[in-house]
Design a protein around this ligand. Structure first.
Ligand code: ATP
Length: 449
């Protein structure tokens, strides 16, 4: 392919560095200093102190005016929870990278959209007739964003510049605070057709790739909007989605972000090869299992590399659930031998370890934690399968074991719900929510290992 994933990412970063943006490293995906947020779920998390004006003036971060980065995100709990759907579609993952460009009081709508357009159509060479833009068309007494509309109309015909309301095109950081209209770029994977009616319609052939947020208001506690000065731009583009459109694929999973992981899944499970089907049929379950497992091994690897591990509470419980989900799909659908899941760590480190060296650094630990968790779940799984096949077991002993397990998971679940609703309190409606690891906290992260 002309656009291997690595080149897609490098091109993004080089493009913005060439426009005088500072490359700002991803923060850890595990927000150790923020008990209200399960995982970092958007590029903005690590800049929240800038947005709120609480940034430490002694740090480099306080001097940032134009930045770009690729942020590790996990959406598997709290407000942004894509876990149960992952595997069923072709473009949502629990772990993904969010590419972004930022202006903290430098340029605004015209340049932000202009840069996005130049990158997509010139640097990447995407065909312009596949691109649709949405903008805020006014809603709930808020004025329409005609500035964004007019910028888009210079690039796109009117019928591909579409207005939507608050749900899709107005971004808020929380119930109060910085907010503003956003414009989203959608891409038609098929072409040669009018796809306007597919935009914002959960159609896998016409997907959103990029959200550009214009922070120009501050929402006061009485609900009124005051101007936010200076104005900021915050954008987020799904790296895996971008890669799939550049590789001209209909699914994120058909790219070199996931295919090498599929190859190893095939080798360690002995299952039939991935055929890319999405649907409710039994045959498609095998393909779904591939997607679930490949997605989940990335999430587990990155979360563990950044210092979390599966356990009984909060984010640890989420990780345990993700691991159990992957192992069940493996053993029940792909008939994988016990221990298959931890064998996938190596390939994740191989394909992602250059850009995220923490994976290389902690490879042994990641493998060890996953193998141990997998082994202990394997025992429970045998019990579950015995039950499902109607075989006889030591019923009394089994019942006691199950009661204990239920009690454990109930209390863990309660804690998870409690911590998710905390995260919702600092929610956002569009791109990203929650708190972040402040500048100096990043440097001061504890040594976990
Ligand atoms: P969608 O409605 O498609 O789920 P979103 O509104 O949740 O997207 P944002 O929060 O605006 O998306 O995130 C910015 C970008 O990050 C999106 O345009 C998309 O490309 C990407 N993205 C968001 N969620 C996911 C996910 N679960 N997996 C992969 N990419 C994602």
């Amino acid at each position: 392919t002309e656009w291997p994933a690595k080149k897609v990412r490098d091109t993004f970063i080089k493009f913005f560095e060439g426009k005088n943006h500072v490359y700002w490293k991803s923060s850890p995906v595990v927000p150790h200093n923020d008990p209200t947020l399960l995982f970092v779920n958007a590029g903005m998390n690590q800049y929240k102190s800038i947005l709120l004006g609480t940034v430490d003036p002694k740090t480099d971060r306080s001097k940032l005016r134009k930045a770009c980065n690729t942020q590790k995100c996990i959406r598997a709990g709290g407000e942004h929870n894509d876990l149960d759907n992952v595997g069923k579609d072709t473009y949502h993952h629990t772990f993904f990278e969010m590419l972004g460009h930022w202006s903290f009081g430098d340029y605004f709508k015209k340049n932000a959209i202009g840069l996005a357009w130049e990158l997509l159509t010139k640097a990447y060479g995407l065909p312009t007739d596949r691109i649709y833009a949405t903008y805020f068309g006014g809603d709930k007494n808020l004025p329409p964003d005609n500035d964004a509309r007019d910028v888009w109309r210079k690039f796109l015909p009117r019928e591909r510049v579409l207005p939507f309301g608050c749900k899709d095109n107005f971004w808020e950081m929380g119930d109060t605070g910085p907010c503003g209209p956003c414009t989203r770029i959608h891409y038609d994977r098929v072409g040669n057709r009018d796809a306007a009616s597919f935009v914002n319609n959960d159609d896998p052939t016409c997907i959103e790739i990029w959200n550009l947020v214009f922070i120009q208001f501050n929402k006061e506690s009485n609900g009124s909007l005051k101007p936010f000065r200076p104005k900021y731009v915050y954008t987020g583009m799904g790296f895996e989605r971008l890669t799939s459109v550049l590789q001209n694929k209909m699914s994120n999973y058909d790219t070199d972000v996931f295919m090498p992981i599929f190859d190893v899944i095939q080798q360690v499970t002995g299952a039939r090869t991935y055929s890319g089907k999405v649907g409710p049929d039994d045959a498609d379950k095998v393909d779904m299992a591939y997607r679930v497992i490949a997605d989940h091994i990335r999430t587990l690897s990155f979360a563990i590399a950044d210092g979390a591990s599966p356990g009984n509470e909060g984010r640890e419980y989420v990780l345990r659930r993700i691991l159990h989900r992957a192992v069940r799909y493996g053993s029940e659908v792909l008939k994988a031998p016990e221990g298959f899941f931890s064998k996938l760590v190596k390939i994740v480190v191989e394909i992602m370890g250059d850009i995220f060296p923490e994976l290389k650094q902690h490879e042994a630990r990641i493998g060890g934690i996953i193998a141990a968790e997998e082994a202990s779940f394997g025992k429970t799984l045998v019990k579950l399968m015995v039950e499902e096949r109607g075989l006889t077991v030591d019923v009394e002993g089994f019942k006691i074991g199950m009661d204990e397990a239920r009690e454990k998971s109930r209390s863990a679940r309660n804690e998870m719900i409690a911590s998710s609703s905390d995260a919702i309190r600092v929610r956002t409606d569009c791109t990203g929510s929650g708190d972040l690891v402040a500048a100096n906290d990043l440097e001061a992260l504890p040594t976990y290992f």
